[in-house]
Structure formats: C-alpha cells, structure tokens
Design a binder for this molecule. Structure first.
Ligand code: B12
Length: 211
C-alpha cells in the first residue's frame, strides 16, 4: 500500500471510531479528487477496513451496531465516488455486465465495488443488487442483452447455492459468461472451475482476453 493509502486508511479508521461519517466521506473524496489515490486503490483500502472490523467483531471487541456503522460509512463513500467513476471510465468496450448476489445473500458492498471496476474499464454496467432469484436474472440477461454476469457470495452456504443458480443461467443463455467471486471463494473454490472465477486485476483487460 502506498504511503498516501496508509495515511488515508488511518484517517478513515479514526473517523469511523469517532462515529464521524461526514469526516470519513470528506477525507476519502479529497484523496480521490486530489489524485493522490485512484478509485480502485480506495476500494482496496475500504475492503481492508471492513475486514479489520469483521475480525474485531468476531473477537467481540466490536459490537454489531458498530460494525453496521462502519459498513454504512463505507457505503456512503462508495456511492459518493460514483460520479468520479463515470467521469474516469475509459472509452466504451461495447460489453454489458449484470451484477447481483443470490437469494438471502445480503453482503453486497463488494459487488458494488466490482460494478464500479467494470464501469471504469468501459463496460455498460447494470447493478441488480442483493438477493436476486436466478429466474429474475435470467429474464434480465435477455432484456438487457448482457454479455456477462457477476455473482458474489460471502458465506459458504451461498457459495454452494450459487452452483444451481449458475446452472439455471447457463441453461437459458449458453453463450453468457458467468463469473463468481467474493469472500466465500477467497480460501478455496471446490466445485468451481478456474475459468468461473475472476481475478479483479484482470478486469481492465478482460475484453481483450475474451476475444
Ligand atoms: C459488513 C458485513 C455484514 C453486513 C453486510 C452489509 C452489506 N449490505 O454488504 C451484514 C450486517 C448484513 C452482515 C450479515 C451477516 N454476516 Co457479515 N460481514 C460483514 C463484514 C464485516 C464485511 C463484509 C464486506 O463488506 N467486506 C468488504 C467487501 C468490499 O469485501 P468483499 O465482500 O469480500 O468483496 C471484495 C472481494 O471479495 C471482491 N468480490 C466480491 N464479490 C466478487 C465477485 C467477483 C466475481 C469477483 C471477481 C470479486 C468479488 O470484491 C471486493 C474487493 O474489491 C465481513 C467481515 C469480512 N472479513 O469481510 C462479515 C462476514 C462476511 N459476515 C459473516 C457472517 C457469518 C454474517 C452473518 C451470517 C452473521 C449473522 N450471524 O447474522 C450475516 C449473513 C447475512 C446474509 N444472509 O447475507 C462472515 C462470513 C463467514 C463465512 N465465510 O461464511 C464474515 C466473514 C464475518 C466473519 N469473520 O465471520 N455482514
């Protein structure tokens, strides 16, 4: 992590500890507007803050309401960055991606950040949010002429449930690219082939790789 990123991570963690959402949002926006940090670096750093909060919640040092406060603050920062994402996106690559989580999977912040990474890379992005049934995604793929679908899972239970979700989608749309990811795939991905997983770092050059 760069020195600017380390500094900002500390500032944001302090603002969150002081329950000062406005200060956190202002510091994050200053950093990305001032170009000391790009948006992808900011998202990596926000992800790190939430992982720290999650670890602290697991030990009991952070209460559930405090974890919710931190998550809400991060969400506000990400939403506040969106006009900059649209401004900084590269020229269109003429590809459309839809993003969602499967039913009952409410961890959607990672998905939200992935949506912006695709937009920065020139994709047309339709974020369909958390807990979308496979049948609805199947309809959306047809209606929005999607080339690809991104599905995210944070819990092991939802990683398993995604298998039949992806099978339903592929049966309806054989040429569709479907990629899965999220915290549930971080350690291992039994039952999934390597080409169903996506490396975030590959997003900027995906279209060239897809041929
Ligand atoms: C915030 C949070 C919540 C919030 C979610 C708010 C929201 N709307 O997103 C709330 C309070 C709702 C919540 C609830 C629960 N949570 Co929770 N939660 C977290 C926490 C603290 C942070 C998650 C987060 O936003 N991280 C930041 C984002 C940016 O990271 P990310 O999702 O991993 O995404 C990154 C990558 O994975 C990647 N990515 C994501 N999707 C995709 C897809 C593709 C294709 C690709 C390439 C990449 C990619 O992109 C991001 C990086 O840019 C984590 C702790 C942790 N260690 O992460 C626990 C955690 C995920 N939760 C956990 C649990 C257990 C739960 C609950 C079951 C708790 C409970 N007993 O009720 C419920 C389940 C709710 C449900 N049914 O979905 C566990 C999961 C354990 C497991 N592996 O099974 C964790 C890890 C906490 C822990 N240490 O135990 N949670």
């Amino acid at each position: 992590m760069s020195e600017a990123a380390e500094q900002l991570k500390m500032t944001l963690a302090e603002a969150i500890a002081a329950y000062d959402r406005d200060a956190a949002v202002a510091a994050a926006l200053d950093a990305v507007r001032g170009e000391s940090l790009d948006i992808s670096d900011l998202y990596d750093l926000l992800c790190g803050i939430l992982r720290d909060v999650g670890a602290s919640w697991q030990t009991g040092a952070t209460k559930v309401w405090q974890e919710h406060f931190a998550t809400a603050t991060v969400r506000t920062i990400v939403e506040a960055c969106h006009p900059l994402v649209a401004e900084r996106a590269v020229a269109t690559v003429d590809r459309t991606v839809l993003l969602a989580t499967p039913p009952e999977e409410y961890h959607d912040l990672g998905l939200r950040m992935i949506a912006d990474r695709f937009e920065l890379a020139g994709w047309t992005v339709h974020l369909l949010g958390a807990s979308l049934p496979a049948e609805e995604m199947t309809l959306a793929v047809g209606a929005l002429h999607a080339d690809a679908v991104i599905l995210s899972a944070s819990t092991h239970y939802h990683r398993t449930a995604l298998r039949s979700y992806v099978d339903v989608l592929r049966a309806a749309h054989p040429n569709l690219r479907v990629w899965v990811g999220g915290a549930a795939f971080a350690i291992e991905h039994e039952g999934w082939s390597d080409d169903e997983l996506l490396d975030i770092a590959a997003i900027p050059s995906l279209v060239a790789a897809m041929g």
